[in-house]
Every structure is written in C-alpha cells, then in structure tokens.
Design a protein around this ligand. Structure first.
Ligand code: ARG
Length: 460
C-alpha cells in the first residue's frame, strides 16, 4: 500500500528510493510547532463558518496539543513514509482522535499550509535574530562610548592614514548593523502575510473567512492572490539577502579583529574564552571565533544563490521544487544566530591596547593632513601645502623622525609660514579633536553619536 493520504488513485506502492528521495520530514519537522499553530487556527475558523462542529474543533485542538507534547518529549513516531511534517502530524492526530482528524484538512492544501508554516516559523526566528542584533549593537555602542578617547590609526588601503578614535571605528561597525536591522524589520513586513486559504492554488469552495485565520495567527493580512500565495518564496530570499549583508559585515569586522590580535598590530586582546590554541605550537592563541564568523559568510551567500536559482523559471503555482527552500533557509538562520551570539558575547569583552594603538598612529605620519590644513589656514594653497608636507615626510622617513618630533627649524626648512603653534596640530589629540562635526572622529562627537545610536536603538 502507498501513502494513505493520497494513495487512492495509485495502483502500485511508491518506489522505495523515491519515497526517501521525495520525503522532507527529516528536515521540515522543525516546523512542527508552527504547523500545529496553523492547524489550530484553521480548525477554529472552520468551526466558526459551520464546517466543523464545536466538538470536532475541540477534539482537533486537544489532539494537536497532545501531538505537540509527544514531539517535544521525543516520543513522536516520525515516518518517512508519511513524507513530510504536515502528513506526519495529521496522521498521528487521526490515530489519536479518529475520523475527526481527517476533517482537519478541509478547505486546505499542503501548498498553502507549508507556505503558512514557513512564514510563521520565519517570523518567530526573525524576532530572535532581531533581539540578538539589538544586543550586539548595544554592546558595541557601549564599548564605543568607553573608547571615545582612545586614539588609533585610521586606514585607507590598509596604510596608516589619519588618527581616529577607537570609539569612532566601533560606531562605523554599528552603522552597518543599524542598516541590517532596518532591512530585517522591512523583510518581516513581507513575511507577515498569510497564504492560508489559497488551498492548492485557486482557493477553495468552502466559505472560509481568511481574516479570522489571519487574525488568529497574527498575520497582517491574507495574501491577495491564491496563485501567488502558494508559489511565492520572495520573503525567504529577502531574509537570506539580509543575512548575506549581515554576514558580509560580520566578516569585515572579523577580519579587523583577526588583524588587530596579531603580534604585528597588537591593538586588542580577545579574552581566552573566545580563542583556542594550537596542538603543536604551544605559544599560539588563535582568534578562532572571528575567523569562523568570517568563513561562515560563504555558506550564507551560497544559500542566497541556491534560493534565487530554486525560484528561477518556476511556473505558477506550487511546484515540488519549493521543498528545497527549507534547508538553505534553516541553515541560514542557524548560521546567523550563531554568528550574532558569538559576536554579541565577544564584542563587549574586547580589550583595547590603547598604548599600542596610539604608538601605531604616532609612527605613521598620520597627522600629515593636519599639517597641510594648518598651512592652508596660514594662506598656502592646498596643493602647495601638500607638496611641502610631502617633503617634510620624506625628511622624516630619512631621519626616522615623526612630524611632531621635528624641531621648529627642521620644519621651517620646508616652509617659513610654520610657527611654533604648529605643534598642537601635530599631536594626535589635536588631530582627532579638530574633526569636530557630526560624523567626525572627535571624542565629543563620538560620545554624542553613541548617545544618538542608543536612542535610535531604544525606539526601534
Ligand atoms: N513538503 C512539501 C514542501 O515542503 C509540502 C507541500 C507539498 N505539496 C505537494 N503538493 N506535494 O513544499
């Protein structure tokens, strides 16, 4: 005998390999809670429109609650023969409550059921990701506020460029995450639309009330078009696109953390609990967490490509191809939740080695632009000032002296407009303090920016 839920028109059992090949229960069983929630809402609505009696509805609701308890206790008899989570649960319900269980699927198809389940599941998971993102941002903002006065070199081309504050650098990371957060919230709006009621593809002949089910399930509204409702997976692609950008941002932060923990930079310390050692080199302390987060971006991008390709050229409406949407989506969720947790735990524990950062900023002629700006203020044209400072730097390289270490006479070799007020602009503190406008690296601007970031996060 073949699968009982659709075996009526079949004359031979499903090929044993095909049975396994087409089954999804091994991975879609994680939808069980949302499948049951959806079924309870559907049964409730069926009773309200008179398709089920109150007793039938109660039997279904109680039976489903029992099924859920069985699943949670690890006592549910999952069966590959029953193909997927939906039919496993329905079959078990029928075993428990008898013929009434067979009425649950009235006016419904697995096509609208699965689309509803994924949306319910993803909506809850989005809220978990949202909270972790908020926790990470908050930790980053507080660290930034604490490090508002810590001076480090800012880089372009990974060459020392101008001094910045470590707090400013951290708030740059925070901006990336703030955009990700907005994208996530925006994505959630399109997740929160209800396919249920589309049935297989065309809707159903029963006088269903989709507003009732939508309200019971907390959906914003029923999906407008039944064909689109069962075939649309844009919302999953959007989520994975959000996750890809987030993974890209985390990989950039990771790369910097890895660089900064190296002996060559030595800008920060990561607590031992976020690092591991080497089985051969006893001295090693490796920044595994940021390395792994950097590496995990690859699988998330891969899932984005999988889903886009999965949906490409699919004719309306539902196709079995769609069963392939789950593993990429689930793995993306597991991956980003893991990366966010690792980062949210680790970032507040980053220890800045302020002396090393400062020394690196001092060494790299990072205040050269400040000297050029100083000359401009004294009436020199910027291009001429650039040339003068370039010559001073060349002299400094030859003499192994930073600009601030040169005497006034040494500096005046290149321009006699230089006076002894030059030294305050050549200091690292003077340099960062001078960038005193919104979005600039001055410590008081960083503190103000951290406060704005806190406020923005609080009202999100
Ligand atoms: N397991 C299927 C999926 O994940 C459920 C829907 C199956 N519908 C069907 N008509 N075969 O997409």
């Amino acid at each position: 005998q073949t699968n009982q839920s659709w075996g009526g028109r079949f004359s031979e059992p499903t090929d044993a390999f095909v049975e396994k090949f087409t089954a999804s229960v091994d991975f879609d069983r994680r939808l069980y809670h949302h499948d049951i929630r959806g079924s309870i809402a559907h049964a409730t609505m069926l009773e309200r429109i008179g398709v089920l009696s109150a007793e039938e509805r109660d039997a279904i609701v109680t039976g489903l609650a029992e099924v859920e308890r069985e699943i949670e206790a690890g006592q549910f008899p999952w069966s590959v023969k029953l193909e997927d989570v939906h039919m496993n649960i329905e079959a078990r319900l029928t075993e428990k409550i008898g013929i009434t269980g067979k009425k649950l699927h009235t006016g419904r198809s697995r096509n609208d059921q699965v689309a509803t389940d994924i949306r319910l599941y993803l909506r809850d998971e989005i809220d978990v990701v949202d909270a972790e993102l908020a926790r990470l941002r908050s930790g980053m903002i507080e660290l930034a506020a604490n490090e508002a006065d810590t001076i480090m070199p800012g880089f372009t081309h990974l060459q020392t460029a101008q001094p910045v504050t470590f707090g400013h650098h951290l708030l740059a990371w925070q901006e990336m995450l703030a955009r990700d957060h907005e994208r996530l919230r925006d994505c959630r709006k399109r997740v929160n639309v209800m396919p249920l009621g589309a049935a297989a593809l065309a809707g159903t002949t029963y006088p269903i009330d989709r507003h009732v089910t939508a309200e019971l399930l907390g959906f914003e509204r029923p999906a407008e078009n039944s064909l689109d409702a069962v075939s649309d997976r844009d919302f999953a692609i959007e989520f994975v696109a959000f996750a890809s950008l987030l993974a890209m941002h985390l990989s950039r932060m990771s790369e910097e953390l890895v660089l900064w923990t190296s002996a060559q930079f030595d800008f920060i310390d990561l607590p031992d609990r976020f690092c591991t050692g080497s089985s051969i080199m006893p001295q090693k302390k490796n920044p595994d967490v940021p390395e792994l987060v950097r590496g995990k971006s690859g699988r998330v991008y891969g899932h984005l490509m999988s889903l886009l390709t999965l949906m490409k050229s699919q004719p309306l409406a539902y196709n079995k191809d769609n069963q392939e949407d789950k593993e990429p989506l689930f793995d993306t969720l597991d991956t980003v939740k893991g990366c966010l947790k690792a980062f949210a735990d680790m970032v507040p524990a980053i220890e800045a080695k302020a002396d090393n950062m400062r020394e690196a900023a001092r060494r790299g002629f990072s205040t050269a632009t400040d000297l050029a700006d100083y000359l401009v203020r004294k009436g020199v044209a910027f291009r001429d000032a650039h040339e003068i400072v370039g010559q001073s730097v060349a002299y400094g390289i030859a003499q192994k002296k930073d600009l601030a270490e040169m005497s006034l006479d040494e500096l005046r070799q290149f321009s006699d407009t230089i006076d002894d007020d030059v030294f305050e602009v050549l200091t690292l503190e003077g340099s960062v303090a001078a960038r005193n406008h919104i979005g600039g690296t001055a410590p008081n601007q960083v503190r103000a920016a951290a406060q704005r970031a806190r406020d923005a996060l609080a009202v999100l």
